[in-house]
Ligand binder design. Structure first.
Ligand code: 16G
Length: 167
């Protein structure tokens, strides 16, 4: 990836995450034992997911080819301390385009101040562009709007209301 948003340069990137002990990489099976699900529970309710459930769901994601679950590992501790997912949605519109969805972004709150939120969001956003997505979308809480705006995301008045039905 040859470019990144101006505010992000030149400090850190996926290849140079700012500390030698940080690593940005795709999720792997063994991350079940590196606190990946505990990290997700800082975002929302995760539940008690067994190893088998985790491996089954992850292999379904891999088989689809449309899930890019990306993590940041603290290699000193062998612990997952950041995560974000890109999900590719296949369309008929725009000449059978693909659209990206940014999901499940979380950084361990004890790692604040290292720009790791930016790091993981920019990494996954560039991946979406690289994979040919014509746009990337996300839902977030009001308090995170400024953060995502600083990374190039925009609210589009009249055109981007997020609506939800809960089951
Ligand atoms: C946020 C997340 C979304 C996640 C949801 C979980 C981002 C950009 N957005 O909207 O991906 O799935 O929270 O909340 O990370 P829920 O448990 O209320 O669905």
């Amino acid at each position: 990836f040859h470019r990144s948003p101006a505010k992000f340069q030149p400090f850190i990137s996926a290849a140079n995450p700012g500390e030698s002990w940080l690593r940005v990489r795709p999720l792997k099976d063994t991350d079940y034992d590196r606190g990946f699900l505990q990290l997700l529970s800082q975002l929302t309710n995760v539940g008690n997911i067994t190893r088998t459930q985790f491996l089954t769901r992850f292999s379904q994601m891999k088989a689809s080819g449309d899930y890019y679950v990306t993590v940041i590992e603290d290699t000193r501790k062998g612990e997952i301390i950041g995560a974000a997912s890109l999900i590719i949605e296949r369309k008929f519109i725009h000449n059978c385009a693909v659209r990206g969805r940014l999901e499940d972004v979380v950084v361990n709150d004890t790692y604040r101040g290292k720009q790791l939120g930016k790091l993981i969001v920019v990494t996954v956003s560039l991946l979406a562009e690289h994979l040919g997505c014509y746009k990337m979308s996300l839902d977030c809480k009001d308090k995170l709007i400024k953060f995502y705006e600083s990374l190039g995301y925009a609210l589009i008045p009249g055109n981007s209301n997020s609506m939800t039905i809960r089951y």
